[in-house]
Design a protein around this ligand. Structure first.
Ligand code: MTE
Length: 319
């Protein structure tokens, strides 16, 4: 995610993502030494603290058929190379800072165009549908990617509980914005709270995962605890973390990134190698842990499942 109007902009914001990533890998690897490299790579020594955070296994998780047969990105990288701007803009900031996030008590309010608006406690959200492990490809707009074993269930299972009406054309997700516990929210890198949106058919699509865990465990704070979205055919920023409110609405919501840079971040944000970001190509990507770049796949490789949602749409216009 790259904003150009900040005077205090960090290196990750202005350097092309793959160059930046290479440099960070080099620094991290040099500092961490061969033993850590063998264990999967440590991208920043400061992030070592993440490894000491308490980890909690999720029980009763079933493997899902919605899984790609690709090598998993190591846990270490999934949990220390993050975008979560409420905790800072550097990739290591979230794992360094998100220990202050309080994930209990936690509720998610669902309201708007529905028959039964309600507030759900996280304990109840955990029980709404069986937990599944799904290995998804994730592609960041910054042109790097990971393969992550998320745990959750389709968002549609939660939305059905409030009985969306025919006027519910879009879904807006708002996430926690607490200046007390989130240092980034005290700054103005984005307009808070972080807001994202999906069209209702995208939100109800079986691939759209209400995510409560990763690697068989409760989500680490830096990955969006206690509940986040994962939308694998869209750039990573659509996958809002630490959700507190969901609104069913009749108009297209304005997302935080779209508000910040409308020419760079459209509402749909489908992974599309043919539509470049105005400041870099989206044709290729660097899979974390690999040296050679891969070709980016249309809809991040999920075209068979989702292309029909966009038939007849000009995807250059609706980027
Ligand atoms: N959600 C919130 N609330 N704040 C953020 O800054 N960053 C997004 C997305 N969700 C973000 C967020 C971006 S840019 C990406 S790439 C993914 O989270 C990263 O998720 P991960 O760190 O679990 O891989």
């Amino acid at each position: 995610m790259h904003l150009i109007h900040r005077p205090d902009i960090v290196a990750s914001e202005i350097t092309p993502p793959d160059v930046y990533l290479d440099r960070r890998r080099f620094i991290g690897q040099a500092a961490a030494g061969a033993a850590v490299l063998a264990a999967g790579g440590l991208l920043d020594p400061r992030a070592a603290r993440a490894a000491t955070a308490p980890r909690e296994k999720l029980i009763g998780v079933k493997k899902s058929a919605w899984t790609v047969p690709e090598a998993l990105t190591p846990y270490q990288d999934v949990t220390t190379y993050n975008n979560y701007y409420e905790f800072g803009t550097d990739k290591a900031d979230p794992s360094e800072n998100a220990h202050t996030l309080k994930t209990r008590p936690w509720t998610v309010r669902i309201e708007g165009e529905c028959a039964k608006p309600a507030t759900f406690a996280i304990e109840d959200i955990l029980k709404i549908a069986p937990l599944e492990e799904r290995v998804y490809r994730m592609r960041c707009v910054e042109a790097w990617s990971m393969v992550i074993p998320w745990v959750g269930y389709p968002l549609s299972e939660l939305l059905k509980k409030v009985e969306p009406t025919g006027s519910a054309k879009f879904v807006e997700f708002s996430t926690l914005a607490d200046p007390q516990t989130m240092p980034g929210v005290r700054g103005r890198v984005l307009q808070w709270p972080y807001v994202e949106g999906l069209r209702i058919d995208e939100a109800m699509h079986p691939l759209t995962l209400l995510t409560l865990g990763v690697y068989g465990e409760v989500l680490p704070n830096q990955n969006g605890a206690p509940v986040r979205l994962v939308v694998p055919w869209k750039y990573g920023f659509k996958s809002a973390k630490s959700i507190v409110r969901i609104r069913l609405v009749d108009k297209m919501p304005v997302s935080a990134w779209n508000r910040a840079q409308p020419s760079e971040y459209g509402f749909f944000s489908n992974v599309n190698p043919e539509v470049d970001h105005p400041r870099w190509s989206q044709a290729k990507e660097r899979r974390i842990g690999e040296f050679r770049k891969r070709d980016t796949l249309m809809f991040n490789g999920y075209a068979d499942q989702v292309a029909s949602l966009y038939s007849g749409m000009d995807l250059r216009k609706w980027f």
